[in-house]
Design a protein around this ligand. Structure first.
Ligand code: C2E
Ligand code: CA
Ligand code: CA
Ligand code: CA
Length: 277
């Protein structure tokens, strides 16, 4: 569109450098002040009982000019700039408030899962922030799940251990997100009080036709059971996959087969009709 003989290559990486990056960061600052973010909720299903057990809160940015922006297009910039700390606090606040509302409205004993970035966890006051958020909404820690990637736990410093132990004492649960995609030595699995392994979508999406992935998923589930962890399969898109996961004794599933991430009112209707049977 610049005309002439000039070529421009564009990729996602370029977004986190240079001019574009600076624009996004200044827009993000404004977005925080003006609360342009919204949380969508994707149901988590207990596969055997066929019931909704909770939701993962997934952030969206309602940009006044650019419209709805998905997290992959702004979370990396938010992390690089450190703004993820404030954005993450906002997400935690909203999710806890919402979860308490579900309990009050009698929607059920639903848990809410919030994604946590390494920048947030590295803050000295992370524990205090979570604790005060829970108490502000009179929400028992049992209802909150924090999702973090493996890379976050490779740093197994005493500080991190203490933070997680303290949170665990409030009843908060931890999930390893995107399990199987990191380069970790798995040693952290016994170092921390983790409840859930979320098997990455890349292993689940073609489970029905990919024998190698089936072997891997089976092994992950076995290992998790041995460590007394529960399994969550993400990216479940069809019935055949559900059947395989059920046979492999995978406890929880999440994916487009049941529902995409949806607005809170849609989520409430989903739970009401799904759990009615
Ligand atoms: P994630 O935590 O791995 O979230 C799962 C992503 O997979 C979501 O994308 C979800 O919409 C998508 N997904 C769920 N089921 C299916 C399926 O069956 N098939 C396919 N193809 N995709 C499925 P989304 O919402 O765009 O989020 C992308 C990532 O952004 C998340 O990956 C998470 O890492 C990050 N993110 C989202 N919200 C937050 C937040 O509040 N804080 C932080 N730090 N990161 C967030
Ligand atoms: Ca997640
Ligand atoms: Ca994930
Ligand atoms: Ca992911």
């Amino acid at each position: 569109s610049q005309g002439g003989n000039s070529f421009h290559f564009y990729n996602k990486e370029m977004n986190i450098h240079g001019h574009d990056y600076l624009n996004v960061v200044s827009d993000l600052r404004k977005a925080i002040v003006e609360e342009q973010f919204v949380l969508m909720y994707q149901p988590k299903i207990n596969i055997k009982q066929n019931r909704v057990t909770g939701a993962e809160a997934l952030i969206r940015w309602e940009h006044p000019q650019k419209g709805l922006i998905f997290p992959d297009n702004f979370i990396p910039q938010a992390e690089k700039s450190g703004l993820i700390v404030e954005i993450g606090e906002w997400a935690l606040e909203q999710a806890c408030k919402q979860c308490k509302q579900w309990l009050n409205e009698g929607l059920g004993e639903l848990t809410v899962a919030v994604n946590v970035s390494s920048k947030q966890l590295a803050k000295k006051d992370f524990y205090a922030k979570v604790k005060s958020t829970l108490s502000r909404h009179k929400l028992d820690g049992e209802y909150l799940e924090l999702e973090m990637t493996e890379s976050l736990l490779i740093d197994n410093s005493d500080e991190l251990k203490l933070t997680l132990r303290n949170l665990h004492q409030l009843g908060v649960h931890f999930s390893i997100d995107d399990f199987g995609t990191g380069y970790s030595n798995l040693g952290y699995l016994k170092e921390f009080d983790i409840e859930y392994l979320k098997i990455d979508r890349s292993f689940i999406s073609d489970l029905a036709c990919n024998q190698k992935n089936k072997t891997l998923v089976k092994a992950i589930i076995q290992m998790a059971k041995g460590l007394e962890l529960e399994n969550v399969a993400e990216g479940v898109e069809d019935e055949q996959t559900v059947k395989i996961l059920k046979d492999l004794n995978c406890e929880i599933g999440q994916g487009y087969y049941w529902s995409k991430p949806i607005k809170v009112d849609e989520f409430e209707s989903f739970v009401t009709s799904f759990n009615a049977y």
